[in-house]
Design a protein around this ligand. Structure first.
Ligand SMILES: Cc1ncc(COP(=O)(O)O)c(C=O)c1O
Length: 357
C-alpha cells in the first residue's frame, strides 16, 4: 500500500496571485491557479506526494520525455454548483484511462487513490479559483512524463506525475465548422490512438493548422486503412443523428480515445428512449444523408468542449451544411441534461458526480 501522506507547502498570502477580475474573459487554459500537485516515481514506487506553488519543472536535457515521447495526460473539469460546492464528473474514469495510457506508453501506473486524493486536496485548496457562471469550470490537467536522463532508446525508470488547474470557459465556438482530413490520418490499428499521449496530438497539429488556415475549427479524422469511416474530431468523439437514430464510432478499434463524455451521452440518450448505434459510419453515407435530408444533426463530445453541435463538414472540396448551421433538438436535449447533472441542478441518477467540497 502506498503512503498517502500529501505534504502541503505553505504559501504566504503575499505570494498568491490576484484572482481574475471578470469571468467573461478567462479564456481556456490561460489562467493557472496558485498550486500544483506532484508525485515522483523512483526505484519502483510513487513517492513525495506534494502540493506546492505552481512552478516550472527543471529536467536534464536528456530526459526521456523530450526525445522518446513518454508523456501522457488527462483532461477533466470541476464544476461549481449554485450553492457553492465543487463537483467532479466521473473522475475514477479519468484515473482508469490515465493508467491505460500509461501501460501503452511503457510508463508505471499510478494508484488511483494517489491520483484522486491529490486532485481533491488540490481542488479544496484552490476552490476560490472556481468560476461561478454556468459554462465555466476549473479545467484539470493531470499529466505524467518520463524524467530519467537517458539518450539510449528505452523506457524511463523515473517519472513525474503532476496536476495543474485552469479556471476556464468552454474550448470551442458555439457551432463547429469541421474539415474532414482525407490525406492525413491520426491513428492506425495497432498504434496508440486510444492513448492520451503527446505524440497523437503533436501529429495532428499540422492538419489542424491547415484546417484553421482555411477557416475551419477542427479536423474530423477518417480511418487509416480505407479513408472512409469516421473516427473522431481533434479532442472529441463524434455523433451523427439519422432520423432520430444516433450513431457514433465503435470502441472496438484502438484508434480513438474512449471518451467519458461519449459514454455519458450514450447512456443519457438510451435513458431518453433513443436508439444509439455504435457502428462504423462511412463518410459517403453521411454526405448522402445530408443530401437526402435523413441526417439531421451532428455533434462532438469531449470534456474540454462538452457537447458542441457541428454546423458543417468540408469534404471533397465542398462544405456540407448540417441542420442549417443550427443546434439540433437532440443535441440541445443532451447538453441540457449533461450540464444539469454536472452543475448539480438536478439529482444525478447515475452516480457520476463526486462532491469535493
Ligand atoms: C482525441 C480525443 N478524443 C476524444 C476525447 C473525448 O474524451 P472525454 O469525453 O473523455 O473528454 C478526447 C479528450 O479527452 C480526445 O483527446
Amino acid at each position: 500500500m502506498q503512503n498517502l501522506q500529501i505534504s502541503v507547502e505553505n504559501i504566504p498570502d503575499s505570494e498568491l496571485k490576484p484572482k481574475y477580475k471578470s469571468e467573461d474573459n478567462i479564456g481556456f487554459g490561460q489562467i493557472k491557479t496558485d498550486r500544483m500537485f506532484t508525485a515522483s516515481y523512483k526505484e519502483g514506487s510513487w513517492q513525495d506526494l506534494t502540493i506546492s506553488k505552481y512552478a516550472p519543472i527543471i529536467l536534464d536535457p536528456t530526459a526521456v520525455c523530450f526525445h522518446y515521447g513518454q508523456t501522457i495526460f488527462e483532461g477533466q473539469k470541476a464544476f461549481r454548483t449554485q450553492d457553492g460546492h465543487i463537483n467532479l464528473f466521473r473522475p475514477e474514469e479519468n484515473a482508469a484511462r490515465f493508467n491505460l495510457s500509461a501501460k501503452r506508453m511503457m510508463m508505471p501506473e499510478i494508484d488511483p487513490e494517489i491520483y484522486l486524493s491529490g486532485l481533491k486536496k488540490l481542488l479544496i485548496l484552490e476552490k476560490d479559483w472556481a468560476p461561478k457562471s454556468e459554462g465555466s469550470t476549473i479545467y484539470i490537467r493531470p499529466a505524467m512524463i518520463g524524467t530519467e536522463p537517458s539518450i539510449g532508446l528505452r523506457a524511463s525508470n523515473e517519472y513525474l506525475f503532476f496536476i495543474i488547474l485552469f479556471p476556464s470557459k468552454s474550448y470551442f465556438p458555439e457551432i463547429l465548422k469541421i474539415y474532414v482530413s482525407e490525406q492525413y490520418i491520426r491513428a492506425a490499428p495497432g498504434g496508440m490512438g486510444s492513448a492520451k499521449t503527446g505524440g497523437n496530438y503533436g501529429g495532428s497539429l499540422f492538419v489542424g493548422q491547415k484546417a484553421k488556415d482555411k477557416g475551419y475549427d477542427a479536423v474530423l479524422w477518417l480511418d487509416a486503412i480505407h479513408r472512409r469511416y469516421v473516427e473522431e474530431v481533434g479532442a472529441m468523439n463524434i455523433f451523427f443523428v439519422f432520423n432520430e437514430e444516433i450513431y457514433t464510432t465503435p470502441l472496438e478499434s484502438d484508434t480513438i480515445v474512449h471518451g467519458i463524455t461519449r459514454d455519458s451521452a450514450i447512456k443519457i440518450f438510451r435513458d431518453f428512449g433513443y436508439t444509439v448505434r455504435e457502428e462504423a459510419l462511412p463518410i459517403d453515407k453521411i454526405i448522402r444523408g445530408l443530401k437526402e435530408g435523413t441526417l439531421t444533426e451532428s455533434f462532438g463530445t469531449g470534456t474540454a468542449a462538452s457537447i458542441v453541435p457541428v454546423g458543417s463538414l468540408y469534404y471533397q472540396e465542398a462544405d456540407h451544411i448540417i441542420n442549417n448551421f443550427q443546434i439540433g433538438t437532440l443535441t440541445k436535449k443532451l447538453t441540457e441534461r449533461l450540464l444539469d447533472i454536472q452543475y448539480g441542478n438536478i439529482e444525478d441518477p447515475y452516480g457520476w458526480i463526486v462532491r469535493v467540497v
